[in-house]
Design a protein around this ligand. Sequence first.
Ligand code: FE2
Length: 202
Amino acid sequence: MDASTNTGHGRKTEACEIPFRGIHHLALTTDNMKMTTEFYVNVLGMPLVHAMKVPEGVGINENRGNPPYECIRHYFFDMGNDSLWAFFEIPKGEKPKTDRDALGGMQHVAFAVTKDEFDAIQHRLTDQNLEFDGPVEILPGIFSIYFYDPNDIRLEACCKPSERGHQNVVESVTQTKAVAIRELRTLSTDDNWLDSVTENLE
Ligand SMILES: [Fe+2]
């Protein structure tokens, strides 16, 4: 990413006007809940807050869109900022490993961390002999490391060291309308459409 991305600019929409506050819970899959629990609690430092089994039955009225297995484990971890990181334990051998680049797949998840936590995670991964790539400067002033959880889920810890505590994630990547439109013109040359999708930008 070069300086032409021109980030850190203003926008017109106030956070309180966005219909979503953020993630309530993200639900992922494993076939080994014990190994997964150890990684998220002990290595990443996400406390376990809820351990349960899903109800019997596989219809929408019984298990509410969960995987089509009865009574499987469903655990929740606190990923900070009032959001939950959750897993279902799929019975071993029932499903193939996913391809994170498949259409509709989850390519990776990046956690926002403070500088202190960015350093601490690297130490904890090293202590456990777990490999990570980076730190890499992914945008001007923003650094990331990349690693895998025990289920081969690609994770990223992302940090803007110049911020104290709160990371101002959205503000630090917000472009000007002009810069965004330069890219968006590769999708459409319809000026009405370009205006409509960049209404928020200044
Ligand atoms: Fe990323």
